[in-house]
Design a protein around this ligand. Structure first.
Ligand SMILES: Cc1cc2nc3c(=O)[nH]c(=O)nc-3n(C[C@H](O)[C@H](O)[C@H](O)COP(=O)(O)OP(=O)(O)OC[C@H]3O[C@@H](n4cnc5c(N)ncnc54)[C@H](O)[C@@H]3O)c2cc1C
Length: 614
């Protein structure tokens, strides 16, 4: 059984028709590759083939069988191990790393687009490779030359796996409260402590695992500033990479959880016997700063993972709704002999499908625009351009993580609704999407914490916000008089003004010492920010699509509404561009007005939540 349905047409639209992948390919860094759009498309087509052949069928098994824990060891199903081996043999891990680390030096945009398909088909599978590339990147950025030489290629190519160890039973959101210890001993540290909820903390996919562990060195100050980052192997290794003795990192148990059954979530006990050695990565006391690199990547990754599954949930629901015949067209409801119709023709079902389409395509555009910023921040030819993109990425990261995961969950819920009773049954894929997606609003910093980050750190650096406002104002000016789009641009402008006003009001309140009120509304603020951003993305897409649609109609001489409807049924591209135009109009008229309602609630100055004693 295999359920994944990709939306490759939309992925390619975003990459090549909206965001402008060619800007990335023209960067000096990528010139030696001589890499073209055709090469990108070929890689994505191959990624899809791999996804459909290996990951999509595997996911059903992983969901049912999960992984097992016996005698302190995690075992994965044989099919999981085989798929992992094929994944690394095909060099899907490490595509973006430089050649000296064994990679192909590909743009991050290509990597993330391929990862959308891998994640959409099996998030359970992709978590370990995703974290492994994150740890490889940490080593590339902060490692010593010895660490880079030995561990870099092993992790970049997935020969060994990596993990990210922050959480402790008493330190979840409050990472600064962690208690794991590191005592210096010669060229290394002795690590002790317990980490829980560690994804891929133990498994048999690779012969060794390198844990990126946050711990407190001796005499380090309390809080975040006292935290350092260590590389802690499951097995020790010699200078030529030969695996040696066990490094006293024991898996205590695995979580039995709602979804992602194929990804082992482990409690890890470090140094129970005082023999766990770790190596400092970066400098003492700078652990959180270093880890932020991995966390920020993982936050964009979590948003992408959530959207990827939601998109497949939508595509499955759409397919189902076109096939499931139930009832008659409501206009014929009194005619018992009226032909039965697919449920996709009932307005309420169609409305839900439209909302799912708008959400998934808007989220994809938002996430890919952030990944464009990420690529440019790392590789732009000049520093100013890199910095500008870095700032935008910083602003978008909490929105990409939190808004995407919350909305993706709603998409999965709607997908169940479209399936009716069958959606609630595990024979169909949509309940599984819902179970998997929930975690993306929890890990990599809960969505509540993302909202605080957006308000307290990201928007507080006002130049980031101004830069986005300037971009939006220029775009509004350019399109406001457009005869087709002017009305919709005005609706976007209203929502943008609402976001602006509430942001300024929050800034004023904070400066006047009343920060509790903005903090109380941080989550609705993030949500309305996400809605406005997606409105912008979908409007851009609609405006790009309109002339392409008109050109197809003109080329086929489809001048009457009847001829156009007929053409939309037969012509994939016409249908695709028409969908873009309609979804942009739908979102601005049906969703963006909700921004106003949120702003009104915020403007109410009601403080019941702060006053109430629950
Ligand atoms: C499947 C899975 C995989 C995971 N993988 C990893 C991993 O690989 N590595 C790792 O280190 N961790 C991992 N985690 C742990 C995850 O990051 C934590 O669960 C998360 O950070 C929340 O911590 P907590 O569970 O202790 O919840 P708490 O911190 O207790 O939070 C509970 C609730 O209170 C809210 N809250 C807490 N503090 C605040 C605050 N100051 N302001 C506002 N609201 C607040 C939160 O938003 C949340 O809604 C994983 C978790 C799961 C479920």
């Amino acid at each position: 059984m295999s359920f994944y349905i990709s939306n490759m047409r939309d992925i390619k639209f975003v990459l090549f028709e909206q965001i402008g992948m060619e800007k990335i390919l023209k960067l000096e860094k990528y010139q030696p590759l001589n890499f073209t759009q055709a090469d990108c498309e070929m890689i994505l087509d191959e990624a899809l083939k791999f996804t459909m052949a290996e990951l999509s069928p595997l996911n059903v098994l992983l969901d049912k069988e999960g992984c097992s824990f016996e005698n302190g060891q995690v075992t994965t199903p044989k099919a999981h191990r085989e798929a992992y081996q094929k994944f690394i043999d095909n060099r899907w891990l490490g595509m973006e790393f430089p050649e000296e680390l064994g990679g192909q030096g590909l743009p991050l945009m290509v990597l993330f687009a391929a990862y959308e398909m891998f994640a959409g088909a099996s998030n359970s599978f992709i978590i370990t490779p995703g974290l492994t590339r994150g740890v490889a990147h940490l080593i590339e950025s902060f490692g010593t030359s010895k660490q880079k030489k030995l561990l870099g290629p092993k992790l970049a190519l997935g020969e060994w796996a990596g993990t990210m160890c922050l959480t402790e039973p008493w330190a979840g959101s409050a990472v600064g409260d962690l208690r794991s210890k590191a005592v210096k001993e010669g060229d290394h540290y002795l690590i002790s402590g317990t980490k829980n909820f560690i994804s891929g903390g133990d498994h048999d996919l690779t012969p060794n695992i390198i844990h990126a562990v946050l711990a407190r060195a001796e005499n380090a100050p309390a809080g975040i500033k006292g935290i350092s980052l260590f590389l802690v192997p499951k097995y020790r290794y010699s200078e030529d990479g030969t695996i040696g003795e066990f490094n006293d990192v024991r898996c205590g148990n695995i979580e039995h959880k709602l979804g992602l059954h194929g990804s082992p979530t482990c409690t890890l006990n470090f140094g129970d016997e005082g023999k766990c050695i770790g190596y400092l990565l970066g400098r003492e006391g700078e652990g959180i700063n270093c880890m932020f690199q991995l966390m920020n990547e993982a936050r964009i990754g979590a948003g992408l993972q959530a959207m990827a599954e939601a998109s497949s949930a939508y595509m499955n629901a759409l397919k189902y709704a076109k096939e499931r015949v139930q009832g008659v067209d409501i206009r014929n409801m009194k005619n018992v002999n009226a032909p039965r119709v697919p449920i996709a023709e009932h307005p309420d079902v169609k409305r839900q499908l439209m909302l799912m389409k708008a959400t998934c395509e808007g989220l994809r555009a938002m996430l890919y625009s952030a990944i464009f910023n990420y690529d440019m921040a790392e590789s732009a030819d000049d520093e100013a351009e890199a910095e500008k993109n870095h700032e935008r990425l910083e602003l978008l990261t909490p929105i990409c993580k939190a808004f995407s995961s919350d909305q993706a969950f709603k998409v999965a819920e709607r997908a169940i609704q479209v399936y009716g009773g069958y959606g609630y049954s595990s024979e169909y894929p949509v309940e599984g999407y819902l179970r998997d997606i929930k975690v993306f609003s929890i890990y990599e910093g809960t969505n509540g914490i993302q909202a605080l980050d957006l308000l307290g750190r990201k928007v507080a650096k006002v130049m980031r916000f101004w830069d986005l406002m300037n971009e939006w104002n220029a775009w509004i000016k350019k399109h406001k008089e457009d005869p087709i789009w002017g009305t919709y641009v005005s609706l976007f402008e209203k929502a943008k003004n609402d976001l602006y006003t509430v942001t300024m009001e929050f800034g004023k309140m904070s400066m006047e010492g009343d920060s509790m009120y903005p903090i109380l509304h941080a989550s609705p603020y993030l949500e309305l920010f996400g809605e406005v951003y997606i409105g912008y993305m979908l409007m851009i897409q609609g405006i790009i699509a309109q002339p392409k649609l008109d050109a197809i109609f003109a080329a086929r001489n489809a001048t009457t509404p009847e001829a156009q409807i007929q053409l939309l049924k037969e012509h994939d591209d016409a249908r695709f561009y028409h969908g873009k135009v309609e979804v942009a109009k739908f979102y601005t008229t049906n969703v963006l007005p909700q921004v106003r309602a949120k702003v009104e609630a915020i403007n109410s100055q009601n403080r019941s939540v702060l006053n109430v004693q629950l």
